[in-house]
Design a protein around this ligand. Structure first.
Ligand code: KIV
Ligand code: ZN
Length: 390
């Protein structure tokens, strides 16, 4: 029997892009969106159209470019925001307006200066307008995990009654623990009802390093959409890392029992592509896509892995698209090895470029003992890889 699917909602271009060092040019956003579609994400949140003219244009361009993924645009619960999001999404083959308002008392009192009644009314109006401007409406209760649960469910019920079909539960400040987050998801699922099928979504921040754990706990409790970003980029300590959620679900399918539409063999190239367009790469020990994720240094580990990789590897490097480490690039490597490693990262060159590139590479190899993929990409400032087809 096929396992149930969890939709992957990628917010690299919105929540990811709004964090320091992560801003992207329009062409880079379009390139990333193409790669995310090849990766198999279900929804791409392309931006927050009212925030700036640039964001509006990016959402428009991504909406025009992508044909398979659903394109989402963020909007607060004001009419202007929602209308602007609807305009930006007009060219989309499949559109979703994602509207949000805070529900915790601390946000109501100090940020919004609104009453609970105001929030209910804002939700009702925004979702109604959004339903007339996009194929689907997602509603998020910002700071859900610090909200009074009775009020939270009342707001969610209002959103559903006004036309929302996706209810997102953000752990905006990364405060929840996995067991309590799972309880919250179960409670919302049992208390909020809709005539049409409702999808419960989660959006976890990583302030306590629990974003992925909380997302997985929520899936076990019945959430069927996870919002995440490539390399876990995002506000403050970031969002749940897409590659970690996807691989935890794949490797522990025995326990979690769901699947995703992600082609895991494209995870590494997607991670590398993002690193090349923002101003930092991933930490070396980052799960799944860090440069040490499949490196074995200790003799005892090397011996075990050579006898049987399963001794120390719970997934193969190939399953996440990490290029085979048979070829170690260094000062003795030739043009062929260099060009082939670049090809695996999504770059191709004409013959003159190769000579020029090779001399820059040789200079670097004289100075540096180990050349990593990130060092290679740094040899090509300003250049974006083409999305790598299957
Ligand atoms: O973290 C958050 O609460 C958000 C919402 C806009 C979904 O990013
Ligand atoms: Zn967020």
């Amino acid at each position: 029997m096929d396992s149930e699917k969890v939709a992957i909602f990628d917010t690299t271009l919105r929540d990811g892009e709004q964090s320091p060092g992560c801003s992207m040019f329009l062409t880079e956003k379009i390139g990333m969106a193409r790669q995310l579609e090849l990766l198999g994400v279900d929804v791409i949140e392309a931006g927050f159209p009212i925030a700036s003219e640039g964001d509006f244009r990016s959402v428009r361009a991504v909406a025009r470019e992508c044909q398979t993924a659903r394109i989402a645009a963020l909007a607060r619960t004001t009419e202007d925001d929602v209308i602007r999001a609807g305009e930006a999404l007009r060219p989309a083959a499949r559109s979703r307006i994602h509207t949000f308002v805070a529900t915790s008392d601390i946000h109501l009192e100090f940020k919004l200066k609104k009453t609970r009644k105001d929030v209910i009314e804002m939700t009702r109006r925004a979702v109604k307008v959004a339903s007339s401007l996009a194929d689907e409406v997602e509603f998020s209760a910002e700071d859900a995990t610090r909200s009074d649960v009775d009020f939270l469910c009342e707001v969610f019920q209002t959103a559903v009654d006004s036309g929302a079909t996706v209810l997102n539960v953000p752990d905006t400040v990364g405060y929840a623990l996995p067991s309590e987050f799972a309880d919250l998801i179960r409670s919302i699922k049992s208390r909020v009802v809709g005539e049409r099928g409702l999808t419960i979504s989660v959006h976890c921040h990583n302030d306590l390093g629990l974003a992925v754990a909380n997302s997985l706990a929520a899936i076990e409790a019945g959430a069927r959409q996870v919002e995440c970003t490539v390399n876990g980029i995002g506000e403050r300590a970031g969002n749940a890392a897409l590659e970690e959620v996807v691989m935890a679900a794949a490797v522990r399918a025995d326990k979690i029992g769901i699947s995703t539409n992600i082609d895991s063999r494209k995870l590494y190239e997607t991670s590398q592509m993002l690193s090349s367009v923002i101003s930092f790469g991933v930490q070396p020990n980052k799960a799944i896509v860090g440069r040490n994720a499949f490196a074995h240094e200790a003799g005892i580990h090397q011996h075990g892995v050579l006898s049987n990789p399963l001794c120390y590897e719970i997934m193969t490097p190939e399953s996440v698209g990490v290029p085979s480490n048979d070829i170690v690039l260094g000062k003795h490597s030739g043009r062929h090895a260099l060009v082939s490693r670049f090809a695996s990262l999504g770059y191709s060159f004409d013959p003159e470029e190769i000579n020029e590139l090779y001399s820059r590479f040789s200079e670097l190899a004289d100075r540096k003992k180990k050349i990593y993929d990130q060092d290679l990409i740094a040899l090509l400032p300003g250049r974006t890889p083409v999305a790598i087809a299957a």
